[in-house]
Design a protein around this ligand. Sequence first.
Ligand code: PHE
Length: 339
Amino acid sequence: MIDRIQKLIEEADSFTTNSLADLEAFRVKYLGKKGFLNGLFADFKSVPNDQKKAYGQAINTLKSTALEKVSTLKAELEANTTKTSAVGDLTRPGDPINIGGRHPISLVKNQIIDIFSRIGFNVSEGPEIEDDWHNFTALNLPEHHPARDMQDTFFIQTDPDILLRTHTSSVQVRYMENNAPPIRTISPGRVYRNEAISARSHCFFHQVEGLYIDKNVSFADLKQTLQYFTKELFGKSKIRLRPSYFPFTEPSAEVDVYWGLETETDYKMTKGTGWLEIMGCGMVDPNVLKNCGIDPKEYSGFAFGMGIDRIALLLHQINDIRLLSENDVRFLEQFKSSF
Ligand code: PHE
């Protein structure tokens, strides 16, 4: 009899499983109502008196072995289950992956960079916090020049020498200071102007400015470049140049692209004229070249600058510039499929 109990103790002690169901079956087999232990306790009466002590000790050992086995295995298995669920059930079907999209400003900026890189322009960048020299003075806008008011400026604290750049022409100055011609570069970046915020304008926006300096660069080169650009970006190559004024270019012009008058939106966007103003441009003023260490007798060049935000509104039919900086996912999600 005792031998049988001894065998059960060994069996219980060596029992192991990975499954909670098996463990439950083990518990029922040993400790359940009709389990080994209850049976053995019932047999106790019929054990001869001189064996009762040894018998009693044996079933007590069996009981504690079984109880301990159940509680340690249970703790182990439950700890394992939580570990696996943290990793995730690897056999479950995959969740749909939510892919992000590019911001419309980036989309348009990348398109513009791509178009100009095909005709040999590289990309240059500079600081958003600028000094007076790079944003104004070098660009033929000396102190007290009335044209400084064309771009309302944010100054940093009380130092009138440090400001938030009002255009990325400042990057072109830096580029000319550090690179000898021939120069073909475009400068995309964020710029700041102290303007009232509305559906049409914001106190910060994005520009791409371009600069081309070499021997014998002419106004005809500028016009051809712009025509190529508008054809590539808008699919429209009819442009016109209206005389204008910028302190850093001479002569200067505004570029309009003929958008057409086919739909009601065309009418609205072009105020009934069919023409849309898209950028400023001109031949780099000899004074600017001189300021940046380039000999204007040897070299000439053209420059142009446009606002990316307005073009993004145009290309994606967005009617409020503020949407571009509000980060509303309902707005941003609409550009997921674009590249
Ligand atoms: N810097 C001008 C602006 O911000 C744009 C421009 C660039 C005009 C180059 C002419 C030549 O408005």
